[in-house]
Design a protein around this ligand. Structure first.
Ligand code: GUN
Ligand code: FE
Length: 424
């Protein structure tokens, strides 16, 4: 079925580029974008049309790194650096997800909060619990959130008896979990927590599994100096952190590595060569005093950078807030580097929060023909009424900084309207 959406269409067709079609027409067929037009082509004149009036029709967001079982500790306990923060707050919080009723309650809320904030695609960590991970996938599916979820693997340095698997258990449960993943829009991704959490034997097994089943991988890299030092001690044979993943076949095309705050030129070169994707989590990196990632430099080197909320190291679930946090962090980097490094512009941050993430799922940049529609409709009338009239570009910029959930009046995910009325 052909459908037409009308409004002020804002898309990011390339890094730093913004394409605005005022009072434009977005045409799709069976949820797949045909094109964006200034004038409606005659052939679509009789197709059902949804007129969003003066609202902005923007790309929806992709959150490429977050921890679902840390949602209950959102905005709390950020007075410790990473390794102490994990032991003190994070692991005990994740341990509660052995309780499936609790998991259902929290994950239903998380899925609703994601979709109503305009995040339609995710790459997400669950906990080590298989049943709770299925529940998470079900709840995302039900809410209209799509993407990848990983059952976490951790067989050392967790909380023994509370949040840690044996090696054998971890492998067995991962296989059981994979067998039970029958969801239309939410797919499994292998998730070794990070090198200190996984024995060599487990890493090797996961590397083989990734290869055999053609699965993608997500993990953490070079977030914190203490962590990097620990990894050196655990793997004296590896010159750098990334090599501990490479050794076991986990450093490969489309492996998502969260943070990469302290990745130097050599580690960045290894990312580019392998086609590894960075999930930059600016808010979390500041909350946990991890550092400020050289994200502008990475982009210049041609590294694929996406954004993540890193809930609950990050305290902001909405990706428009994560985008502006990334801009601020890049400005801190600029100040730190004696103004030699550029900061991220609003169109660049928007691209990273949208197109760059959506590309992971096979899309081309912006509202490209052939993409399934992932979009939000933003009614910004409550903060545009005052003073002088604003251009659509100005309204867009202000929306990125000032949006609230209530301004998002409709959400389209995978070609379906999952939030808001299908007004005809
Ligand atoms: N490294 C290993 N586990 C975690 C986690 O849960 N959050 C963050 N930010 N870093 C990690
Ligand atoms: Fe993380």
């Amino acid at each position: 079925m052909v459908q037409v959406l009308k409004g002020n269409i804002v898309q990011a067709p390339a890094l730093g580029e913004l394409q605005i079609t005022e009072q434009g027409y977005l045409v799709m067929e069976d949820g797949v974008i045909r094109g964006v037009y200034d004038r409606l082509p005659l052939e679509y004149a009789t197709a059902p049309l949804v007129d969003y009036g003066q609202a902005l029709v923007m790309q929806s967001f992709a959150d490429m790194h977050l921890h679902a079982p840390q949602y209950p500790m959102l905005g709390m306990g950020m007075d410790l650096p990473l390794l102490e923060w994990l032991d003190t707050y994070t692991f005990p919080t994740e341990a509660r997800f052995a309780d499936t009723d609790y998991a259902r309650r929290i994950y239903r809320r998380l899925a609703t909060d994601l979709i109503t904030n305009g995040t339609t695609r995710v790459c997400m960590f669950s906990s080590l619990h298989t049943d709770a991970t299925w529940i998470l996938m079900e709840e995302l599916e039900r809410a209209g959130v799509t993407g990848y979820v990983g059952k976490v693997n951790m067989d050392r340095n967790g909380l023994p008896g509370v949040l840690q698997e044996t090696t054998e258990e971890s492998i067995r449960e991962t296989l059981r979990w994979l067998e039970g993943c029958h969801f239309d829009h939410v797919k499994p991704i292998l998730t070794p927590r990070f090198t200190p959490s996984c024995t060599d034997e487990l890493m090797a097994a996961l590397g083989r599994l990734a290869q055999e089943k053609g699965l993608y991988v997500q993990s953490h890299l070079s977030e914190n100096l203490g962590e990097i030092q620990w990894v050196k001690e655990l793997h004296p044979d590896c010159q750098q952190y990334w090599e501990t993943y490479d050794k076991y076949g986990l450093w490969k095309e489309r492996t998502i590595m969260a943070h990469c705050v302290h990745s130097d030129r050599r580690e960045c070169d290894a990312m580019r060569r392998a086609g590894v994707v960075v999930a930059h989590c600016a808010g979390s990196n500041i909350n946990l005093c991890s550092g400020v990632s050289p994200v502008r430099e990475m982009l210049q080197q041609g590294i694929w950078v996406t954004l993540g909320s890193d809930i609950a190291g990050g305290a902001c679930l909405p990706m428009y807030k994560v985008a502006t946090m990334s801009i601020r962090a890049s400005k801190i980097k600029r100040i730190e580097t004696d103004w030699s490094e550029d900061f991220l512009t609003v169109p660049e941050a928007y691209y990273l929060a949208t197109s760059s993430g959506h590309r992971y799922f096979g899309d081309r940049d912006g509202f490209a023909p052939g993409n399934r529609l992932h979009a939000i409709v933003v009614d910004d009338s409550d903060f545009t009424e005052a003073s002088h009239p604003l251009t659509v570009r100005e309204r867009f910029e202000r929306a990125i900084y000032m949006l609230h959930r209530h301004n998002i009046t409709a959400v389209w995910s995978d070609g379906r309207c999952v939030v808001g009325q299908m007004l005809q």
